[in-house]
Design a binder for this molecule. Structure first.
Ligand code: PGA
Length: 247
């Protein structure tokens, strides 16, 4: 099964209107590498102006499970779609930690996104303590079981494996550990989604840089990357796109 690679940038709480100029070179890379899907997920306030520039798929970093209501500070899938987003990250470890998001809430958010026709990028990953205790696969298995929407298709769902200890630290798991985890995720998706699982893209995230992208992208069942820090400027992000295209 060949799956189109997806390289998605997560700007987190960084960026500005001025920084949207980085999207010009990323849009150029999208034209040069038509075989790779490329997305940038800026903060909510930048979604509409980013989408208006064209040339790059724009996503969000979170969504509320409800369509509308008295939920101060939240944004719904309908609103994201209207702003021009076509994808949304849910269950990022920073939200699971900062906002105590549990798997069931993550699933509700993914369902809301999918219900609006957005692609849900469901994030999973173990902490360092869990890995050291030999529980990494079990933890991720449990996250998937409770946060992946039932009956999701490959057009609706992307899974991102992001070991918490690798995010923003410059550390990455060994290629062998990435291969083992991505194989385990694929097997779990088969159990949850049946035949469709083979088509679902599984991204690796956590300190993906130009220097390690080719190695990570070549691992079996790694169908792209979710990139934080290195997505903030085109000079770092474009070589990661190019690495995805070479595999
Ligand atoms: P990082 O972040 O690439 O800066 O490690 C990845 C992420 O949190 O998605």
């Amino acid at each position: 099964m060949t799956r189109r690679k997806l390289v998605a940038g997560n700007w987190k709480m960084f960026g500005s209107l001025a920084q949207l100029s980085e999207l010009d070179a990323i849009a150029e890379a999208a034209r040069t590498h038509p075989g790779v899907d490329i997305a940038i997920c800026p903060p909510f306030t930048l979604i509409a102006p980013a989408a208006a520039r064209g040339g790059v798929t724009i996503g969000a970093q979170d969504v509320h499970p409800k369509d509308k209501g008295a939920h101060t500070g939240d944004v719904s899938a309908t609103m994201l779609k209207e702003a021009g987003a076509t994808l949304v990250i849910v269950g990022h470890s920073e939200r699971r930690t900062d906002h105590r998001e549990a798997n069931e809430l993550v699933r509700a958010k993914a369902e809301a996104a999918i219900g609006e026709g957005l692609i849900a990028v469901v994030c999973v990953g173990e902490t360092e303590t869990e890995r050291d205790a030999g529980q990494a696969v079990a933890v991720v298995d449990n996250q998937l079981r409770h946060s992946v929407p039932k009956g999701a298709t490959a057009a609706q769902l992307v899974v991102a494996y992001e070991p918490v200890w690798a995010i923003g630290t410059g550390r990455t798991p060994s290629v062998g550990d990435v291969a083992e985890m991505h194989a385990a995720i694929r097997a779990k998706l088969v159990a949850l989604l049946g035949n469709e699982a083979d088509k679902v893209r599984i991204l690796y995230g956590g300190s993906v840089k130009p220097i390690n992208a080719a190695e990570l992208m070549a691992v079996a069942n790694v169908d792209g990357a979710l990139v934080g820090g290195a997505s903030l400027n085109a000079a770092d992000f474009v070589p990661i796109i190019a690495a995805a295209d070479r595999v």
